[in-house]
Design a binder for this molecule. Structure first.
Ligand SMILES: [Zn+2]
Length: 496
């Protein structure tokens, strides 16, 4: 009896191992293999490819810096010039009461429109890392000025809602100094907190979460209110794109390649930026000024966060674990607060990468999950691809987006009140996004009642178990195996 019980357990673990191996085969490919695949698929573009495809971009009228008041005035001026394509709002306030301005650019900028994905750039989270802040302001001007001249840009603005937050740390910026190459003055917010260590951590037992600062809380709230699909956090200090995970369970802060279940997707997103930059994708020193180079020599201009250095409480991990949005961190250039005279060539290096990365928001499986009978959208339906533990969920109206690489997917749509449905979806170079309408059948009332009563019974059992002490080996093994099973299938992130 006991022998067959153990054999059964072994069988479950083995089957589970096979499922996980199949699901993760893409994730465990090396970065180099993945980069080669995306390059061969023609799914990443070079600077020159984009120069041809997007066309030439005009010079920015003034490659300047903007302090808080100037930035505020500049955003308002853009809104006045392009009222139909822009919407200004504040995501919240800094410690010293400065607004966290967001300029939203789209054909329908004021509110979410079904079928139009939401994208965001957040810059200047470290107040003395300034290029990203300027790039976002230059990008806004370029998108608006070129809307009527450039078909590629018009298409991007018509089909995307682009949220630009030039500064997440306006108080830090006011403290920082032009010409600062590697310093920390103005890096933190007014409470001397590093905002990129201030989000809830992935492993609180290793790195306790800090109390979130007003800027962090504002971004958390904002990220949850808008159905963002893709995002990038623009920093300075090197020339590289850093992708999740940033954090790993280690007490000694050991450097360790720590891929997420969506590693292949993140590698492509990161490399999309790096390859579209004039030189970020090349191996070798990162900085033009050799004095700024650190011991970092990535093969493709991209790096896994935790392999570089551990960041507990960073923003990109938080996005991946707690929202439907995928985010990478771009170190756009080496000097933290470049002189005004440096801004033109820095912008020129990054401008196509900034445009192309935003366009990646469209490379997704998207559509609506609706009730087969009532035809109403179903919010909070789960969308999972190929057993991967990252599950995105549908929004109001049943709308969903799931970013994906070129490939064939089994996409499962599920909801506690409905019968799950799995659909095969193929993304190719020619058909880079797929729209799917999913109709779910509501569970029969009788069945629903039965499930509910079983769940109630389970809850009762569960609370009884949790009070009792396990004193026999089989029950311990059963619990352990169940936990393994659940953690593989439910996704580790739901247990954190
Ligand atoms: Zn930074």
């Amino acid at each position: 009896m006991m022998r067959s019980f153990y054999l059964l357990l072994l069988g479950i673990v083995y089957i589970d191992f096979l499922l996980v191996s199949a699901a993760d085969s893409e994730a465990i490919r090396t970065e180099k293999e993945l980069v080669d695949i995306f390059t061969n698929q023609g799914d990443v573009y070079t600077f020159d490819d984009l120069k041809e495809e997007v066309g030439p971009l005009p010079d920015i009228p003034d490659y300047r810096h903007y302090d808080y008041n100037e930035m505020t005035a500049y955003l308002k001026e853009l809104h006045k010039l392009y009222p139909n394509l822009t919407h200004i709002y504040s995501a919240g306030r800094s410690v010293n009461g400065r607004e966290l301005w967001v300029l939203c650019i789209s054909r329908f900028p004021a509110r979410h429109t079904f079928g139009i994905p939401e994208f965001k750039y957040i810059a200047n989270m470290h107040g003395n890392e300034v290029s990203g802040r300027n790039f976002v302001l230059y990008l806004a001007w370029t998108l608006l000025h070129e809307y009527t001249n450039n078909a590629w840009i018009k298409n991007l603005v018509d089909t995307t809602r682009i949220h630009l937050m030039p500064s997440m740390n306006p108080d830090g910026y006011e403290e920082s100094v032009e010409g600062d190459e590697t310093g920390v003055r103005g890096r933190n917010n007014a409470n001397r907190k590093d905002l990129n260590r201030n989000f809830p951590t992935r492993f609180p037992n290793y790195f306790p979460s800090q109390r979130p600062e007003p800027e962090t809380l504002a971004v958390i709230k904002w990220s949850r209110n808008v159905p963002f699909v893709l995002s990038a956090n623009l920093h300075g200090g090197s020339t590289i794109v850093n992708y999740p995970f940033d954090d790993a369970p280690t007490r000694v802060r050991a450097h360790k390649y720590t891929p997420s279940p969506d590693n292949a997707l993140f590698v492509r997103l990161a490399y999309s930026y790096a390859r579209a930059h004039t030189r970020m994708w090349k191996p070798g020193p990162r900085c033009v000024n050799d004095q700024l180079n650190m011991a970092l020599d990535p093969e493709h201009g991209i790096v896994n966060g935790a392999e570089w250095y551990i960041v507990p409480g960073g923003m990109q991990d938080w996005n991946y674990i707690h929202t439907n949005c995928f985010e990478v961190t771009v170190e756009t250039n080496c000097v933290k607060f470049p002189r005004k005279s440096e801004m033109k060539w820095l912008w020129d290096e990054n401008k196509y990468a900034l445009l192309f990365y935003a366009a990646q928001v469209h490379n997704a499986i998207t559509g609506f999950v609706i009730d087969k009978e009532t035809r109403h959208g179903i919010p909070n339906a789960t969308v999972s691809i190929d057993f991967r533990s990252k599950i995105v969920s549908s929004y109001d109206g049943g709308e969903f987006w799931r970013l994906a690489n070129i490939g064939e997917y089994e996409v499962t749509f599920d909801h506690p009140m409905y019968v799950p449905v799995t659909k095969k979806v193929t993304l190719t170079k020619e058909k880079r996004s797929a729209r799917v309408q999913v109709e779910l059948t509501r569970l029969e009332e009788e069945l629903l009642n039965d499930v509910n009563s079983r769940l109630a019974g389970y809850d009762e059992e569960h609370s009884r178990y949790s009070r009792s002490t396990f004193n026999s080996q089989p029950s311990l093994i059963l619990v352990f195996t169940s936990l393994l099973f659940i953690s593989y299938h439910m996704g580790a992130h739901q247990l954190f």
